[in-house]
Design a protein around this ligand. Structure first.
Ligand code: PGA
Length: 251
């Protein structure tokens, strides 16, 4: 199968008010033409609609950062998958480590959210990744298998509705990254694990690397086998550095 077109996704986390977010989105879309990768920005829920409107008719897609698994109901402060889509998003990040570890989100919950996202036609970006203690204990690949098995729905997963992001918890926001060999081992393992569950469809699922990806290290990381893009936190808050990461894709 030909290499998948890469996806460079910006996770803005809890940053940006409307004016700055729209300006950032416009600055990115103004120079997005001719990028060899697909581009996606994931602003906070409060400005999803403004950013989506600013990016309408551009090549930059918009995603949410989370959704609740229920369709509607008494869940104060949460947003449903349909609400995320209604605000203009085509994607949603699920199971980010800041939710798994900060808010005790389990694999089962991430799976339920993924089912909800698929149910309304959103593309789920399902995040997995080991902690430093798990890596030190030599458990990285086992943790990834368990998270994949527990977080992905039993049916209906395909390259058109699912992206998997490998984000080692200890590399997020720390300036530290795994070696290229470690990234390759993790991504190859993820592809193989997906293959056992999904057969040939596994080859169509984009696997993003995330964790301290910057313009300086993006080229080598994006060239690793089975790395089909990046999920970028800090460096996605600046149009130039976000676009420089996309430009580092040599494919
Ligand atoms: P970082 O965050 O690029 O700031 O390390 C990545 C992420 O949390 O998705």
């Amino acid at each position: 199968m030909a290499a998948l077109k890469k996806l460079i996704a910006g996770n803005w986390k809890m940053n940006m008010l409307a004016t700055d977010g729209v300006a950032l989105a416009r600055a990115i879309s103004a120079k997005a033409n001719g990028a060899s990768c697909d581009l996606l920005v994931c602003p906070p829920a409060t400005i999803l609609r403004s950013v989506a409107e600013a990016l309408a008719d551009t090549d930059v897609a918009v995603g949410g950062q989370d959704c609740h698994e229920a369709e509607s109901g008494a869940f104060t402060g949460d947003v449903s998958a349909a609400m995320v889509g209604d605000a203009g998003a085509s994607h949603v990040i699920l199971g980010h480590s800041e939710r798994r570890h900060g808010l005790d989100e389990s694999d089962a919950r991430v799976r339920a959210k993924t089912v909800a996202a698929h149910g309304v036609g959103l593309i789920a970006i399902v995040c997995i990744g080991e902690t430093e203690a798990e890596r030190d204990a030599g458990r990285t690949l086992d943790v990834l298998s368990a998270q994949l098995g527990g977080s992905l729905p039993d049916s209906g997963v395909s390259g058109t509705n699912t992206v998997v992001a490998y984000e080692p918890v200890w590399a997020i926001g720390t300036g530290r990254t795994p070696t290229l060999e470690e990234v390759e081992a993790a991504h190859t393992h993820i592809r193989t694990t997906l293959g056992a569950a999904l057969g040939g469809e596994a080859a169509a699922i984009r696997l993003l690397y995330g964790g301290s990806m910057k313009p300086e290290n993006a080229g080598p990381l994006l060239a690793v086998a089975n790395v089909d893009g990046g999920l970028i936190g800090g460096a996605s808050l600046d149009a130039e550095s976000f676009l420089a990461i996309a430009a580092a894709d040599a494919s």
